[in-house]
Design a protein around this ligand. Structure first.
Ligand code: EPU
Length: 424
């Protein structure tokens, strides 16, 4: 298993380019199951989750070619793959996002058998809302032997609310939307997720011939169409990758520029960084982040978009561990998503977790040690802490990081970090 070794204390300087969004690319790839003819999807990051999604789609008859420049060609031959409707445990267990083939399979092939994704280290991740939405469209769904088996004669438009106990659902909205685009009649989704990645999927589908209105609002209207065609589409920049690099600049009190950023997707992150005292200057499609030595503690609550993304919580926690005073982090999306805090404590951080809150008291310094990654964003938080820690930090189980960040250590090295990957 590979590990990352960081010599902390280097101030980051320079610029890096942000990749296309993983969480937009994954459902868009799945939506290609719906299209007649091949598509070109541009700006797809070269990461393990994209490879896994490619494997799942190949298993379903997909012909997929990746180009050096990050363009993915994806196509399915009509009429040749009707008997392929299974996403097996071996692949689904690698990545929860594979659940987003459920809606497209059901819509296009009238049948889907997808392994139940199960729990997850970041907390409970039920799929009741996905199932509720697809059932409202007329699907018969049962869960047996660890698989969700769904079938339908013809999906029919309906009015559906996707509000759950913890608020809205991102991939649940994607699943119901992709099922509804070829359904008979009109579907209205109330309490739809407004995340930029959901908007990107809707824009992709509209380019392919779908009729979706209300994109970016909590009420989506989808008028079913007969057929969708292949398209050429550029994925939005990854706001979480951008936010992670912004904190790398801030935590090292550095001065870095990020290219290919959609600043409007990062308002909550930028506002919070400014409240902490970080200088953030957007210029067109890029943003400059300049750190300094007088930061203030803040309170932060994760919420659905346009609120603070839960996928930035661990990175902010790492930063706040280095800021004198008391900060309170409240996790409203995944209330148990604090697995990174004991690892940060191993580095000398002062964090007390009480239910869905973490109280972080800044310490004069963090010190390098062995830490273990439990999930993708927890890993990002630990690498950020390692960048500023005194001494050497060994970050283990970095396969989680490889799922979502392309060449992270190489890009941080280019910005002046002393960081390397070791094949253990
Ligand atoms: N929920 C339900 N029922 C459902 C679905 C969700 O109660 O049927 C609950 C969840 O337990 C959670 C909340 O609703 O408390 C939100 O979950 P959501 O469904 O929105 O999460 P997701 O769609 O499975 C996506 C991202 C996650 C990101 C969340 C929240 C992808 C591939 N994944 O997951 O990204 O944290 O939205 O924004 O888009 C990551 O990239 O590291 C990552 C975990």
């Amino acid at each position: 298993m590979d590990k990352i070794v960081i010599e902390g204390g280097r101030r980051l300087e320079g610029s890096t380019r942000i990749n296309g969004a993983k969480n937009a690319a994954l459902p868009i790839m799945a939506a290609c199951l719906l299209l007649h003819g091949p598509s070109r999807i541009r700006g797809v990051p070269n990461i393990v989750d994209i490879e896994t999604q490619s494997e799942i789609l190949k298993n379903l008859g997909g012909e997929i070619k990746r180009h050096e420049d990050g363009t993915l060609e994806i196509g399915f031959r009509d009429g040749e793959n009707e008997g392929k409707f299974t996403a097996p445990y071996e692949l689904v267990s690698k990545m929860r996002a594979s659940i987003c083939v459920l809606g497209p399979l059901l819509s296009k092939r009238r049948k889907a058998k997808v392994s139940y994704p199960g729990g997850c280290i970041i907390g409970q991740r039920p799929i009741d809302l996905h199932i509720k939405g697809l059932k409202a469209l007329g699907a018969q769904i049962e869960t047996t032997e660890g698989y969700i088996t769904a079938s339908v004669e013809r999906l029919k438009g309906a009015e559906i609310s996707l509000m759950g106990q913890y608020g809205i659902t991102v991939l649940g909205t994607c699943n119901v939307m992709t099922a509804a685009v070829l359904a008979e009649g009109t579907t209205i989704i109330e309490h739809a997720a407004c995340e930029p990645e959901v908007q990107d999927l809707a824009n992709f589908l509209n380019k392919a011939g779908a009729k979706i209105t209300g994109i970016g609002e909590s009420r989506l209207t989808i008028e079913g169409v007969q057929e969708l065609h292949g398209v050429d589409y550029e994925i939005i920049p990854d706001r979480i990758e951008a936010g992670t690099f912004m904190i790398a600049g801030a935590i090292t009190r550095g001065d870095i520029a990020l290219e290919n950023v959609k600043v409007e997707h990062l308002s909550a992150v930028i506002d919070k960084l400014r409240e902490i005292g970080v200088e953030v200057t957007p210029v067109g499609n890029s943003v400059r982040v300049k750190g300094n030595s007088s930061y203030h503690p803040v309170d932060l609550t994760t919420l659905p978009y346009p609120g603070m993304p839960t996928d930035m919580q661990a990175q902010f926690m790492a930063l706040l561990c280095t800021v004198e005073g008391k900060s309170v982090i409240t996790e409203k999306v995944f209330p148990d998503r604090f697995i990174h805090s004991p690892e940060l404590q191993r580095m000398g951080a002062d964090i007390r977790v009480e239910g869905s809150c973490a109280i972080v008291s800044g310490t004069p310094f963090l010190s390098g040690t062995n830490v273990m990654v439990s999930d993708l964003r927890a890993g990002a938080g630990l690498v950020l802490a390692g960048l500023v820690a005194q001494g050497t930090t060994h970050v283990h189980r970095i396969y989680h990081l490889d799922r979502g960040y392309e060449r992270l250590e190489k890009r941080l090295t280019d910005l002046g970090a002393v960081i390397k990957r070791i094949h253990d």
